[in-house]
Design a protein around this ligand. Structure first.
Ligand SMILES: C[S@@+](CC[C@H](N)C(=O)[O-])C[C@H]1O[C@@H](n2cnc3c(N)ncnc32)[C@H](O)[C@@H]1O
Length: 272
C-alpha cells in the first residue's frame, strides 16, 4: 500500500498529497518526483548557494568508504538506541543530513521503520534512490523541514546537524532525537598526516532547549585499519578535502595502511 507521509508544502505549509508523478498541496503548488524517485522540496529562498550540501565527488567517496563496513558499529549504536527508546513498534524516522543514504537504509531494516531521508544536496537524494525505493528521499534543509508539526517519531542526525526548534516542532511528544557527532579524537591520525600541526578541538554537543530532556549521552571509540584507497575515500568524504593543498593531499600517496581512531559522541533527547 502507498505510504501517506506527513509532508507539507514548503511554500504555503499546506499538506502535500502524492499524485502519480508529483506532490501537490491544496493551493496547487506542485513538486515533481524525479525520475530516480526523490522529491525536491527546497525552495530557492532556503538555498544559500547554487548546489548546497555535499558534492557528488564527496558522496561517491562516502559511499566507497562506508561500503567497507567501517562504520557499522555507529549504525548499530543508533539502531539499538532507537529500538530501546522508541514509543511505537514501527516508527517513522526522519534521517536528517542523510548523505548517500547508508544509515537511513540500515536503520529502516534494523528498526522496522518507515524512513524519510532528508538532505540539502540534490546529488545526495539522487544517489540515495539507488539504495532503496522504499524510503522517501527528499531535498530539503534541516532548518525548514517540509513535514507536519508533531508527525515524526524519531529524528536521526548522524554526523550532521542539530536544529533545536525545528526538531522540536516536527517530533511527536515523546519522540526522540538520536544524534551522533564527531568526538575529540575522531580521525586524528588522518589529520596528523595532512596538517603540519593538529590542534585537538574540544567538541561539545550543541545546547538543547527546554523542549527536550536528555535520555542518555556517551562517548564511543574504536580503531579501524584502512588501505590507501580507503584512506583516500575517507579524505574525499570529509571537509578536509576542500581545505588542503595538493601537496598536503599527496602526503597520503606513500601510505599503504593506516590505523585510525573513530571517536564519536552519542546523545538521545526526548521531546517533552
Ligand atoms: C557529514 S555528511 C553525513 C551524511 C550521513 N549522515 C552519513 O554519516 O553518511 C553531512 C550531510 O548533511 C548534509 N547537509 C548539510 N547541511 C544541511 C542542511 N542544512 N540540511 C540538510 N542537510 C544538510 C550534507 O549535504 C551532507 O550530506
Amino acid at each position: 500500500m502507498e505510504k501517506d507521509h506527513p509532508l507539507r508544502c514548503p511554500v504555503c505549509l499546506g499538506r502535500l498529497r502524492k499524485n502519480d508523478k508529483s506532490y501537490v498541496c491544496g493551493k496547487n503548488h506542485s513538486f515533481d518526483i524525479a525520475r530516480q524517485g526523490y522529491v525536491n522540496l527546497l525552495p530557492v529562498q532556503n538555498k544559500h548557494s547554487r548546489s548546497p550540501g555535499d558534492t557528488k565527488a564527496m558522496l561517491l567517496a562516502r559511499r566507497e568508504f562506508l561500503y567497507a563496513g567501517f562504520y557499522e558499529p555507529v549504525c548499530r549504536d543508533a539502531a539499538e538506541l532507537i529500538n530501546k527508546y522508541k514509543k511505537t513498534q514501527y516508527p517513522l524516522i526522519a534521517d536528517i543530513g542523510s548523505g548517500e543514504g547508508y544509515y537511513t537504509q540500515q536503520l529502516q531494516r534494523l528498526c522496522s521503520a518507515d524512513c524519510i531521508g532528508v538532505d540539502i544536496s540534490k546529488e545526495a537524494a539522487k544517489m540515495s534512490c539507488s539504495r532503496s525505493r522504499d524510503i522517501l528521499w527528499i531535498v530539503a534543509t534541516a532548518s525548514h523541514l517540509p513535514v507536519e508539526d508533531e508527525s515524526i517519531d524519531v529524528i536521526t542526525a548522524v554526523f550532521s546537524l542539530f536544529v533545536n526548534d525545528e526538531y522540536a516542532r516536527v517530533l511527536k511528544k515523546g519522540g526522540i532525537v538520536v544524534e551522533i557527532s564527531a568526538g575529540n579524537r575522531h580521525l586524528t591520525e588522518l589529520k596528523s598526516i595532512i596538517y603540519d600541526e593538529v590542534f585537538i578541538q574540544v567538541k561539545h554537543q550543541s545546547a538543547f532547549s527546554d523542549s527536550f530532556s536528555e535520555l542518555c549521552s556517551f562517548d564511543r571509540e574504536f580503531r579501524i585499519k584502512t588501505d590507501n584507497a580507503q584512506l583516500r575515500a575517507l579524505l574525499g568524504m570529509t571537509p578536509h578535502t576542500h581545505r588542503i593543498s595538493k601537496e598536503q593531499s599527496s602526503r597520503l600517496e606513500s601510505i599503504s595502511e593506516l590505523e585510525l581512531t573513530v571517536n564519536y559522541l552519542v546523545r538521545v533527547l526526548e521531546k517533552k
